[in-house]
Design a protein around this ligand. Structure first.
Ligand SMILES: CC(C)(COP(=O)(O)OP(=O)(O)OC[C@H]1O[C@@H](n2cnc3c(N)ncnc32)[C@H](O)[C@@H]1OP(=O)(O)O)[C@@H](O)C(=O)NCCC(=O)NCCS
Length: 159
């Protein structure tokens, strides 16, 4: 329902139909406490879990395909006043952004590489390479290779 409303709003926005995108954006906020502007693009197969509860997404964000975004995730600019240069946040395909995580871009472009996971409550302030796990505040990235090595060193009983 949430993403269907967003796709209608986005279609109207892309076809320059006035008012409707703003009305749907307001409706989405009222129904789901979710800020999902029609300007942001969301790839097919992407899910906003728990009805998108308390998710906030920047208008200039581009979200790839088959991503999972959980409740209370914020994808936003790093400034309060929004007067700085425009920022862009690009989320690759198959990215998971766990509950409570924040992705903040103060200037330029911030990219989360495909296949990455942003752990719960992490605060991402810079690029995340593909197939990484970003954890902590500010987030540190653990490359997939390193994680595989760590796991292969663990005894079988530890899992
Ligand atoms: C990301 C997550 C899935 C763990 O993934 P994982 O691949 O199993 O990662 P690991 O447990 O091997 O942890 C790897 C490292 O990250 C750390 N880490 C994992 N999650 C973390 C978190 N949320 N915050 C801080 N550090 C975290 C671990 O302590 C470990 O650190 P170390 O290398 O110093 O020992 C999990 O931590 C998480 O955030 N789950 C939340 C899922 C969620 O939001 N579900 C929605 C429910 S509504």
């Amino acid at each position: 329902m949430l993403l269907r409303l967003h796709s209608i709003a986005r279609w109207c926005y892309l076809h320059k139909i006035p008012f409707v995108p703003r009305v749907i954006k307001g409706l989405i906020f009222l129904l789901f406490s979710c800020i999902l502007p029609p300007e942001c693009s969301i790839g097919s197969g992407t899910r906003l879990w728990h009805h998108g509860w308390c998710i906030g997404i920047l208008p200039s964000a581009e979200i790839g395909r088959d991503c999972n975004i959980y409740n209370q995730v914020e994808i936003a600019g790093g400034d309060d006043d929004q007067t700085g240069p425009p920022v862009r946040i690009i989320i690759g395909d198959r990215v998971n952004i766990c509950t409570g995580a924040k992705v903040l871009c103060k200037s330029g472009t911030l990219t989360i590489g495909e296949g990455s996971t942003v752990a719960a409550n992490a605060v991402v302030l810079s690029d995340v390479p593909p197939y990484s796990l970003a954890v902590g505040v500010p987030a540190r990235c653990i490359p997939k290779k390193r994680r595989d090595v760590i796991r292969s060193k663990q005894p079988a009983s530890v899992g």
